[in-house]
Design a protein around this ligand. Structure first.
Ligand SMILES: [Zn+2]
Length: 156
């Protein structure tokens, strides 16, 4: 990883809660043999005190729903020709497909490989989601100790 001051084309994920930048990078699983990625940890922010910032060169299409689950405070800046073309404020998504994995070993999605993992939001404040198949509830707020976010799980 290298620090880059400005990028020609790509995205800058700003206002990440300090400490969550690595989590976001892990989830996005960017191919670093093809794209330059910079993670700035614990930067001083006038708005939030401390923040992380992620810059990814040449990638403009990322999973905004996943970002909304990990950290709904982030802002995504889409950069073209060195200027910010779009600023996206992510939200906590109502429905998510193949982002969270069901923890219930008896759930059809655990038994049948390839079954889509579908969850609906039941509590926005606590980012709690219910599995469409078995009603298992997963909370995404807090330390993410159950590690339910892994993009690679669904790339099969
Ligand atoms: Zn389930």
């Amino acid at each position: 990883m290298v620090v880059i001051d400005s990028i020609k084309t790509g995205i800058v994920i700003d206002h990440i809660t300090a400490g969550l930048g690595m989590k976001i990078l892990e989830y996005l699983d960017i191919d670093t043999t093809k794209n330059t990625v910079a993670l700035i940890m614990n930067a001083v922010s006038n708005k939030f005190g401390r923040k992380d910032v992620v810059k990814i060169e040449n990638v403009v299409d990322i999973d905004l729903a996943a970002l909304g689950i990990i950290d709904p405070k982030v802002t995504v800046n889409v950069i073209e020709d060195h200027i910010i073309k779009r600023k996206i404020h992510v939200t906590v998504p109502e429905k998510v497909v193949n982002i969270i994995k069901c923890n219930n070993p008896r759930c059809v999605t655990s038994v049948e490989s390839g079954a889509p993992q579908v969850f609906h939001l039941i509590d926005r404040e606590n980012r709690e989601y219910r599995c469409d198949y078995c009603d298992e509830i997963i909370s995404m707020k807090g330390g993410y100790s159950n590690e339910v976010l892994h993009k690679q799980w669904f790339d099969r």
